[in-house]
Design a protein around this ligand. Sequence first.
Ligand code: SF4
Length: 668
Amino acid sequence: MSDPFRARIRQALADSTLQAALDANAQRRLAARAAATASLPDWSARRQRAHAVRAEVIDHLERYLDQFLTQLHLLRVTVHRAQDAQEACQQVLAILHQTAGPNALIAKAKSMVSEEIGLNHALEAAGHRVVETDLGEYIIQLRGERPSHIITPAVHLSRQQVGQLFHQKLGVPYTDDIPTLTQTARAVLRQVFLTADVGLTGVNFGVAENGALVTVTNEGNGRMVSTLPRVHIALMGMERLVPTLDDLALLLSLLPRSATGQKLSVYTQLLRAPRPGQQRHVIVVDNGRSRLRASPLREALYCIRCGACLNACPVFRELGGHGYINREGAIAPYPGPIGSIVSPGLFGASFVHLAQASSLCGACREACPVDIDLPKLLIRVRAGQLAPPSARKPAPTPLPFALALGLKLYARLARHPSLFAASQIAAALGARLLSPFSPWLRLPAWTGWGESRDLPRPALRPFRLRFGNRPLPAPAPSAEPSPRIPLSTEAGPTPSPPTQTAPSPSLAERFHTELTALGGGVIRCTWADLAHRLTEILEERQITHVFVDDFGARHLPSGFAPVRHPDPALAVGLTGCAAGIANTGTVLLLDEGESFKASLLPATHLVILPSDRLVADLSEALPLTRHAANAVLITGPSRTADIEMTLTIGVHGPKEMLVFLVDDSSRR
Ligand code: SF4
């Protein structure tokens, strides 16, 4: 290990604030993930299927990329390909030059690729202003730091540190009250969303069959920056593809559960065509991925960036993300177990020593929702296998004579089972004779042997003799390649044992249970009393004007004024929806009229959901988005846990969500 790395490790271990923050993060994330995965009885079969989907994409990457890019062209999305970080930054700058001119304001959602290519630095050097809008990213941008976790960038900070930061940088009175800090950020960033020239997001998945760019967020900032500015730029690693919407449903059943312990994130967007009056650009970034794909580390490209391996890793839990540095002391964009593979794989040998920061205990692989064999890849990095075998240089110096001789002898023994067994018996005998507890060998007292530790004595019968004749255990069922899994088996909120006799809850009951558990509200009514129930809610809040989409306008009771354009004074938005998903308490909105803005900008979102639009799960809802210009799945009010992992409702999107679940049989 290099010296700066050792120094950083010592520094991290001595930082009690960091240690407390990392402990709290790990405990809560692991508990949330365990609860979320328990809601899918076929979790391990899904993992295997997801592994196969990612392997299929990486094996046939050119084909899926061609299909995806063709779809984007048909959708009038401008596509750019970047070979490296410099080219990607130049392409963003060129788009800014064409569309916004000098000194542009860029509202940016979380994007690991932008971290990887050093985009903020390039934009600021060119005179532009870039503002991170994810709460955790905003905090670390104010501190001039890099993210310390893939999912929770400010995990290393306490609420007091954030309070001091906001006091110094934003001029607000000091507080360590997390909801107040969140509201401060909301007020500052709302102005950025409304005035930004360009919005920039990452991409969680690109769907090859229909060109959808999928983004997964909780706060609503990703929706703001892709909906409000005239120009939307999406930065995407070239490997982030899934073949079909079915495959997307599978991966979305695993990603949020592994990342944050949610069944679905609050906002899952499927962006396709540019919105009216908007330009959309996609930059597909290679930056070393083609090289990684041809190397023995290829499997690292299966990663869906959930962060679960970081939370599970005992080394990350002591070190934190800022501890993963290269030989020159620069922080790796990707930390933790996957970062210790991807960083040397993408950025070269100066990150190789990071692979030593692992106990190889296997916890990372166990946590990985796409079953990447992380320990195997870490060992390959340690062995310097960063390039394809043909491109690897021979070892520059021969092995020391004694080591070479020992390895040769071992290789000979290992090829002959009887010789190997005999050598083990000889070694055990020798160990007993030379042991400090041997009657033939008395070590002097000053050696300290036996004072405080009891050295286990070598077994009389070696392991091979004791276990050699045992039959091998049958392989675990989950190790078998699994057939395609129908997602309709996804568990509801309260999975029942197979012996249950009680009837399954109806879709309406399941939807109600799920959404209320997330802090949303459900009002069940008939078409006849919908107007009355809406009036009650609006009068209670003293609302006179309502931001509506077409469906909302048709059902707004008389006495209230419908508004069809965004206005910061509007506190309530009223929309319809294309579907409700019972198992997750989600509503699906298609981008029609003002539905995207009416469901996002006001503090309260009211949704009308006819009961005949309820479906069981995501796999039944996603086909409805196949030909839609854009769509969003909304699962409860907006939320964050970016400060001390404390849940805070109402960040950039609505803090209240009420669904009027209308019994559709009442129409007949
Ligand atoms: S390697 Fe697996 S667990 Fe780690 S971030 Fe990637 S998908 Fe998640």
